[in-house]
Design a protein around this ligand. Sequence first.
Ligand code: LLP
Length: 421
Amino acid sequence: MTVAPHFQFKDGVLHAEEISLANLAHDHGTPLYVYSRQALHDAWEAYRSAAGDRDVLVCFGMKANSNLAVLNEFRQLGSGFDIVSGGELARVLAIGGDPARIVFSGVGKQTWELQAALQAGVKCFNVESESELLRLSDVAVALNLTAPVSLRVNPDVDAHTHPYISTGLKENKFGIDIDDAVRIYTLAATLPGLDIVGVDCHIGSQITEVAPYLDALDKLIVLIKALQANGITLKHLDLGGGIGIRYTDETLLAPSVLLAKVFAALDHHQLGHLQLVLEPGRSLVGNAGVLLTTVEYLKHAPAKNFAIVDAAMNDLLRPTLYDAWHSVEAVTPRTEATKKTYDIVGPICESGDWLARDRDFALAEGDLLAIMSAGAYAFTMASHYNTRPRAAEIMVDGTQAHVVRPRETVASLFSSETVLP
Ligand code: LLP
């Protein structure tokens, strides 16, 4: 068993759905991101069935994986999108996504991005500061349009996750202090070009407990009641994303568990009429992808054994940036040979260029490894560091493999650069 149901061993070889990863590596080279279409659908289904017949809009947090093929699957399944840039907006529009199902998050929206989203007609701007609110009002008035707004409030709850991906604490840069929210909503109600439609929060990522969500929800409910008392009524409540996935042996928070508790709390407070918006990213794609890599060299140094592979921190930044643990599987495990403990490292000229540490493997040069749970925050955080072309992306659908992004060429990496005359 691996951490990802659609990546399993068949006849001693790791497969993506019905296709051998060894064959994919042979046909397309490595490093290679491989996604499972069925895994996307299954992850979606967990949210859909949890929503039941309630009014829930799931807006895929597309920063996790913004390949057009991935977005198009979710569009077809009925998903909306949580965007954080004009670039992400352009991607959604490119696949024919419905702007009325887009929420626009982010602390630093630029004027051109506000304009583009207004002109597209997004569902909601999740406004993160008083200054942004004032700018949005000006931009909307100048375009003779009305901006639907929520305030993203910072509920000051601890999501018990890595500090870099925790966002709902007072010391984080995100959101508006919940204690200041009534004042800023009241200001919003007086500004031209704005239409108050909701309230929003996002407390962090890779959350595995329900309690932080319920703490945040309790605080939002108090706020919604205070707004009602001030004559401000809302249409939706956005609880953000953040549900974690299994990288190793994490206990999972199922969407059904979270939503049952959220609905119960809303009903209890006579707020069951509010549409619930969610912005899951990782939990929709994380275990729908792997990063395939080839062992180039084995190096047995006095203190450590290194497996030097052809993927690197530019392909998967999470281990070195967050000390993140990704499970690693040999695509064709050598059962007969003795295992050694390896650090799996890339070719980049940094000691921080590692993908996994202290893993027991029987390896030979040329072996293929699959770095699991690479469907989220892998390709989207990839860079060209060391002038390394970004790897190809493949989407497997049963027995079919589709190249959804070809490998970049080296020449393309600097084709637009010029030297001085
Ligand atoms: N909504 C907002 C406003 C967000 O900032 C995020 C993620 C999401 C939704 C989606 O959260 P998710 O469901 O994926 O947890 N690069 C880090 C994760 C950064 C998350 C940033 N915000 C990582 O690789 O762990």
